[in-house]
Design a protein around this ligand. Structure first.
Ligand code: FAD
Length: 382
């Protein structure tokens, strides 16, 4: 994503610096600028080059596994924010994020229907589809499927377009965006952050929000902060279907099939902890295609488009670091969104904006994500 460099030469001071131009840094820039703050985002490469530009774009708060109840609730909140947010973004940015709101379908094999009909919440009976309903809704599903669970609240979109929308929306509110600007060091005076040093010189602000995903430890280490985030590699493949046969997103425990505009489908994803490169292996492709064709046999006739791999930023305890880092005044973290950063971008932007406006972590209900928990861990306090 190339941005105009108008502000690059002129502006060196702002109220808030946001470091990192992935979906998290861009959502934060959008929310802060909507709140009237003077915001500048610095991105070391190009916006969306990190994990965010490699995601599937699913907003699956109901189906994804979360490490804690607090995180699940936070994800749910984000999902609720997304609908009106996308409308606002469309208005302000004119970017179409291609929101697909057909819902997600979790198919199961013949013999499982009885089991699901006994355990499903009676209020949700209509979301248990039998074989004929499933085949009516998704004619291209395998004949081996005996039914499905339907999740109408799960949606999906184009992640790169969402980032573009956040950025354009924030620019309209006056935020400045600089790419190819890598932060090497935080500048501190008397326990307060005063700015950052970059390959393009010094930028100053009283508040700095770090949203650099897996890049965070590289420069936070210089002031003694070690988040120990680690990559979980994910590989995906995109195909072109011969006709628009799939509207619902198919979500199973070991593969998802995500229909996108122009008859594309995206199939994902592998999950390789500490995988630290962007190569796609032949065996990953083989596995993904094998699992996907097991559910949608027509995929065998699709044309190959491209593959890619991305690195999800995971934390040791599976919870993101969100909020003020109490040992350095003015420093905030928003790091470690693992496999749900696209979904969590809205609530992260909202939360950072509330914190910078003076609300506390307790008031917002995000205590277990506190960025300061690493200080306690270091001191052996639990
Ligand atoms: C295959 C795959 C599928 C996924 N599918 C989904 C999905 O369907 N739904 C979902 O919600 N999530 C999904 N995710 C997860 C999601 O992509 C991540 O959680 C999210 O992108 C994290 O966003 P981020 O902004 O924190 O990190 P990033 O996107 O990695 O952004 C961090 C940015 O910081 C920049 N940076 C780093 N160091 C510096 C520095 N020193 N100075 C300046 N800039 C710096 C980087 O260049 C980068 O652009 C998926 C991920 C993968 C890999």
């Amino acid at each position: 994503m190339t941005l105009n460099r108008f502000n690059q030469e002129k502006k060196r001071n702002s109220e808030v610096l946001v470091i990192g131009g992935g979906v998290i840094g861009s959502a934060i820039a959008y929310y802060l600028s909507c709140d009237g703050m003077d915001v500048m985002q610095l991105e070391g490469a190009r916006q969306a080059d990190g994990a965010s530009g490699h995601a599937a774009g699913m907003l699956a708060a109901g189906l994804e596994h979360f490490s804690s109840e607090e995180l699940r609730k936070w994800a749910k909140r984000s999902q609720q924010l997304m609908g009106p947010l996308i409308d606002d973004l469309k208005l302000h940015s004119e970017v179409n994020v291609a929101m697909n709101d057909y819902g997600f379908v979790v198919p199961f094999l013949e013999d499982k229907y009885e089991k699901f009909s006994k355990i499903i919440d009676p209020a949700k009976q209509e979301y248990l589809w039998d074989k004929s309903k499933l085949q009516g809704e998704i004619p291209c599903i395998t004949g081996k499927a005996g039914g499905a669970l339907f999740y109408p609240e799960e949606h999906q979109l184009l992640p790169a377009e969402l980032i573009k929308a956040y950025i354009k929306g924030a620019q309209k509110k006056g935020a400045a965006f600089i790419d190819q600007c890598s932060v090497s060091r935080l500048l501190l005076e008397n326990g307060r952050v005063t700015g950052v040093e970059t390959n393009q010189g010094i930028y100053r602000a009283d508040k700095v929000v770090v949203a650099t995903g897996l890049g965070s430890d590289a420069f936070l280490g210089s002031i003694g902060i070690e988040l120990n985030t680690y990559p979980v590699k994910g590989e995906m493949v995109a195909l072109s279907m011969n006709s628009e046969t799939l509207h619902y997103t198919i979500y199973t425990p070991d593969v998802y099939i995500v229909p996108k505009p122009d008859q594309e489908i995206w199939i994902g994803a592998t999950s390789i902890p500490y995988g630290n490169d962007n190569k796609v292996s032949a065996s990953a492709l083989n596995t993904l295609l094998h699992k996907a064709t097991g559910w949608i046999p027509d995929i065998r006739e699709a044309s190959f488009l491209r593959t890619w791999a991305g690195l999800r930023p995971q934390t040791v305890d599976g919870l993101p670091y969100i909020g003020a880092y109490s040992e350095v005044q003015g420093l905030y973290l928003a790091v470690g969104h693992y496999r749900n950063g696209i979904l969590l971008s809205a609530v992260t932007g909202e939360t950072i904006s509330r914190l910078l406006s003076g609300e506390t972590e307790d008031e917002i209900g995000i205590r277990s994500f506190s960025a300061s928990r690493i200080i306690k861990e270091r001191r052996g306090i639990h």
